[in-house]
Structure formats: C-alpha cells, structure tokens
Design a protein around this ligand. Structure first.
Ligand code: HAM
Length: 425
C-alpha cells in the first residue's frame, strides 16, 4: 500500500517554517491584546445554516466551496469556511456586553482549486467588533491590521477601501446595476451570463476579462451612496488619514461574502502574484447579527490569511520571524543520565536545551548538535564526569563575537548555567 499524503490543497507546516507561523500568530495575539480584544475559540464546524444565512447563498464560498457533511445524528454541518459567521453565532448565543471585541486564529476550509497561496485548508487571523457603527471602529480594525503587517516588516502592502452602502441605498444601486447587466448579459463571462441576477454585485468582483470589460461602464457604487453612508465613509477615510495610513479607493471592492455593508477593505501584497495577493480583508456587516437570529447590531472586522502573509514575508525577504533556536545541545557519552539532568537544569533556568537519545557515539551526537542549530554544545565525556565538569564548545561562527566556532573550555558542573548564560550574553 502506498503511504498516505496530506489531502490535495492542504499542507503540513513543519519546523523551521512553523516557527514563522508561530511568530505570526504570537505577534497578532499581542497586537490584538494591546488593543483590548479577547480571544474567541469556537467549534470548527457549525450547523450549515450559520454559513448559508450568514455568509450568504450567492457567495462561492457557500454555494461551491463549503465542506458539508451529515453527522451520525443526521445533522447537516459544515466545516467553517471563514471566521465571522461563527463569531457572530457565538455572540448571538452568549450575548456578551457590547462593544464586543474578539480576535481569533483559526483554520478555514474552502473547496477551491489549489494553487500557490490558495488552499483547501488555510488559516486566518481575525478580529470582530460587534455592537458599534462608529466609523472609528472601522479605523481601529484597519489600523490594527496595517500595524501588524508593518510590525512584521512588510512594506509593499497596499490598502484598498470602498463603501458598499446600506439597506437604504444598496437596493437602488443593485437595481440600476441589474438593469445595466441585463442589457449587456450576452457580453458577460460564461458563469455570470447565467447567474448574474442572483447577485449582480458578484460581476463587480469577477476577474474574467469579459466581466471586467462590461463593468467599465457600469453604474458606479460611489455615485449611489446615500448621505449617511457617504458621511460614514468620509469619517473612516479621515480617520485613516489622521493615523497616517495610506489608502486607495477601489469602487469595485465588493468582496465575495454576502454580509458586507458600508466599509469594505483589502490589503494587497504587491510582491505577490496579483491573483492571490489579498493577504487580508474585511469590512462592516451591519445586518449579520440579525440574520443569525440576534438583535439589530452592527459589526466590523477582518480576516488575514497566515499562509499568504508568510508568502508575502518570503517575497519581501522579511527576516526575524525564524525563532531564536536552541541555546545549547547536551552531548553525553557516559550513559545519558548527565544529559537527562543537565537539560532539565538548563531548561528550568529558561535556556533552550536539547540532547541526543539512544547512547549514540560522540561523532553522531556532535553531528546532531550541529544540525540542531544550537549555539553551544555542552559535552560530558569520561574526563568531565571524573572531574565533575562539562566542556562548553561554540558550535557557530559568530561574526560579532571574537570566539570562533570550535572554541571550547572546561567549566565546573555546578557552574554550568552561569557559564552558559555568560557565553551567550
Ligand atoms: P476573506 O477575504 O474571504 O474574508 O478571507 C480573508 C483572508 O483569508 C484573505 O484575504 C486571504 O488572505 C485568506 N484566504 C481566503 N481564502 C484562502 C485560501 N483558499 N487559501 C489561502 N488563503 C485564503 C473573510 O473570510 C472574512 N471573514 C473576513 C472578515 C472578518 N470580514 C469581516 N470580518
């Protein structure tokens, strides 16, 4: 039998790459915590209705890409394709005090055509602010994400923003867009020629050249905004300006999920291929809480794909996310008990320490120490054991340090923690 592999469109993330994954999640958690967001952990699967009603029946995410299954009790469940609908379901169920500010890190599942930067299981970092329509909340979430990207060291990132209007002005716009599309139906791409009427806005989102050409002369969303929506959007833009966050207006930014109202935004990594360069996106969803059975309640948030952020970091040559690695590798050729006790002592002192198992030869253990990336080896052979000492050896060439790789010294066993600290300083 041939060995199993991870399912198509999914990937394993192993060390050392996973150190970058971990650093990205850690920094996001820190940034969200600094801004007053609390972690929300909710099930990876929900009643499929949460996404059907929440994300919407005209989005590809629900109609074409959802992982649906029936459980043994006959319930129709879906693996979470995104975070917002689940968070809003949790909000409706537990009615926490508002404004409720939640952050999450979660896998998301979409049956998409796999390619670089597009997976069937990806991972999202996100925040949601529920219970306020203050434009400053929109500014806060955009600023949080912009600051997070900047803090990672990404500089080639463009913020695109739009407003999609609300339940007052959007229906009129949909109608005029619909009338325009009806007159140009035959020119649309194969898919939208058939389904455009289900949600004419999807044509604005379509990347195929036929739809791109048709929408060049379509009625513009920006011309259709009502007074309050225009004012809301102006205040968002003014807030971004005040915080020095550069933005570009993109009238076609309607996003692929049905719940958006008013502000929408996306961050594009310019170092990535345009088809998959959205590293994060979000917006306002003022009708969603109600759609999922709660009271009328506005909300705003974003999701950012960890894999795409990692690809953008790679494309821009961002460093510093690699993790600090091991401080010391204990090499014990006198039976293993010394390694057991030394690693425990070093770890208790807050040092990153590892060891070899299985009583391997000195050569083999030193090779393993080298491969581990540890800066120091702590060697215990018969002489050291007899003299109640250890030998510390530099494993790396460190340009800023005059002690070159290979330099070694014997230190007293009782002083090992202090000595290692001293060497690493
Ligand atoms: P979304 O734009 O569908 O929005 O996804 C958010 C981010 O997840 C994207 O910008 C992208 O970085 C990443 N992403 C999406 N699909 C894939 C995929 N197949 N492979 C790799 N990465 C992917 C949402 O999901 C909304 N819930 C965001 C939101 C939160 N809006 C308001 N609050």
């Amino acid at each position: 039998m041939s060995a199993f592999k991870a399912p198509t469109g999914t990937r394993d993330v192993l060390a050392p790459e996973s150190a970058r994954f971990e650093a990205i999640v850690g920094r996001f958690a820190h940034a969200a915590g600094l801004a007053g967001y609390g972690l929300v952990v909710s099930p990876m699967f929900e009643d499929a209705g949460v996404f059907r009603s929440g994300v919407g029946e005209s989005s590809d995410v629900v109609t074409k890409e959802m992982y649906l299954f029936e459980d043994r009790g006959g319930r129709t469940l879906a693996l979470r394709p995104e975070g917002t609908a689940s968070v809003v379901r949790a909000f409706v169920q537990h009615h926490p005090l508002v404004p409720w500010k939640a952050w999450y890190a979660t896998p998301a599942f979409r049956y998409e055509r796999p390619q670089a930067g597009r997976y069937r299981q990806h991972h999202q970092l996100g925040v949601e602010v529920i219970g306020t329509d203050d434009p400053d909340a929109d500014v806060e979430v955009v600023a949080l994400l912009a600051g997070f990207y900047g803090g990672l060291g990404l500089s080639q990132v463009e913020l695109r923003v739009n407003s999609m209007g609300d339940s007052l002005c959007m229906p009129g716009y949909r109608e005029s867009l619909g009338a325009y599309l009806a007159a140009h139906e035959s020119e649309l791409c194969d898919e939208h020629r058939v389904v455009w009427a289900r949600n004419p806005l999807r044509v604005l989102d379509c990347k195929r050249p036929e739809c791109v050409a048709v929408r060049a002369h379509a009625p513009r969303l920006s011309d259709a905004l009502c007074g309050p929506c225009r004012e809301h959007f102006d205040r968002v833009l003014a807030g971004l300006d005040a915080l020095g966050i550069a933005w570009r207006r993109d009238d076609a930014l309607v996003r692929g999920l049905d719940y958006y109202m008013r502000t929408t935004f996306e961050f594009a990594a310019l170092a990535l291929d345009a088809a998959q360069n959205a590293i994060g996106g979000g917006g306002r969803y003022d009708g969603l809480v109600e759609r999922l059975g709660g009271p009328p309640m506005p909300g705003v948030g974003f999701g950012s794909g960890i894999e795409r952020v990692m690809l953008a970091c790679e494309a821009e040559g961002v460093t510093g996310l690699e993790g600090s690695g091991l401080d010391v590798f204990v090499v014990d050729v006198v039976g293993g008990a010394a390694a057991r006790d030394l690693t425990a002592e070093l770890r208790r002192a807050g040092l990153a320490a590892d060891r070899a198992f299985d009583g391997r030869s000195l050569k083999s253990q030193l090779k393993q120490a080298d491969r581990s990336g540890a800066r120091l080896a702590c060697i215990v052979g018969p002489d050291e054991k007899a003299g109640d000492a250890v030998t510390l050896r530099w494993m790396r060439e460190e340009p800023e340090d005059e002690r070159r790789g290979g330099h070694q010294e014997r230190v007293a066993r009782a002083q090992v923690v202090e000595a290692v600290r001293g060497w690493l300083r």
